[in-house]
Design a binder for this molecule. Structure first.
Ligand code: IPE
Ligand code: IPE
Ligand code: MG
Length: 252
């Protein structure tokens, strides 16, 4: 899977050295700072979102080249509906634009497109584009690209709790058998490993309702760079720092 993207593979060596045996299986990114990126350039916020969207391709390529199995990108939170109608509309249109522009190449490179979050609340066009891309790439075996759309960690847990309660009521599940795994299995990320590292650019030091259950033992990596300026080198720096950390999972 490492040579799936044919470009610039040879340049990897001269960059930040990584231990290829210890590449994180799951990287999650909070794509934040688009608005500030635009403001610095006296551009409308939507231009920042467009620049942010353009940055995704590079991140997918680099992750895929490195052998990352899951890349989860926070694109729209359950709280982002609070923004103006114009901004929400622009973000929803960008979802369609991203898929139209990038689908062919993603598919060719064996990427499996997936969404996490309640996409039933998305405008029909955006929802249809996501569902179509997911369906067409469902058998791909390369990187899984999770786009978090109308995603909220609390909302996800509520959804899971309701499903579990229903199974108990229907007699399919015993209360005493509810454990960590049952809960994980009722989240959008069911069947996927928890994120090894969560990256947040833009200088904010919070999770903003991202992967609350899954981040129990994730390593956090923060940077002041706004998402549209975030480069492959920044991603490699995050992975390099991750590789220097001692993950103890409560042990010694
Ligand atoms: C992240 O950028 C994109 C979304 C939340 C959709 P922001 O729009 O939050 O950018 P800032 O935080 O205002 O700079
Ligand atoms: C988190 O960023 C959501 C996404 C990047 C999609 P926000 O910009 O919405 O987070 P807050 O409001 O600063 O916590
Ligand atoms: Mg923000």
């Amino acid at each position: 899977m490492l040579d799936i993207f044919k470009f610039k593979k040879d340049t990897i060596k001269e960059k930040i050295q990584l231990d290829m045996e210890r590449i994180p299986a799951h990287i999650a990114i909070i794509m934040d700072g688009n608005g500030r990126w635009a403001k610095q350039r006296k551009l409308p916020r939507t231009m920042g979102h467009r620049a942010g969207m353009k940055n995704i391709k590079m991140m997918v390529e680099e992750s895929s080249n490195l052998g990352v199995k899951y890349l989860t990108l926070y694109a729209f939170s359950t709280e982002n509906w609070k923004r103006t109608k114009e901004e929400v509309g622009a973000l929803m249109d960008l979802v369609v634009e991203f898929i139209n522009k990038e689908f062919e190449e993603l598919h060719r490179n064996n990427v499996k497109l997936n969404s996490i979050g309640d996409i039933s609340k998305l405008p029909e066009k955006s929802k249809a584009a996501v569902e179509d891309a997911m369906y067409k790439t469902r058998n791909n075996t390369g990187l899984t690209l999770n786009i978090a759309l109308n995603y909220g960690g609390r909302d996800e847990i509520v959804k899971g709790v309701k499903e579990i309660a229903k199974e108990v009521l229907e007699g399919k599940l015993q209360i005493d058998n509810i454990d960590d795994k049952i809960i994980s299995d009722h989240l959008y990320t069911s069947g996927m490993p928890d994120p090894d590292i969560i990256i947040r650019p833009s200088g904010e030091l919070r999770l903003s309702n991202y992967l609350l259950w899954q981040s129990a033992y994730s390593e956090f990596w923060f940077s002041n760079i706004n998402w549209p300026d975030f480069t492959k080198e920044d991603l490699r720096r995050a992975i390099s720092d991750f590789q220097k950390r001692d993950r103890r999972f409560g042990g010694v």
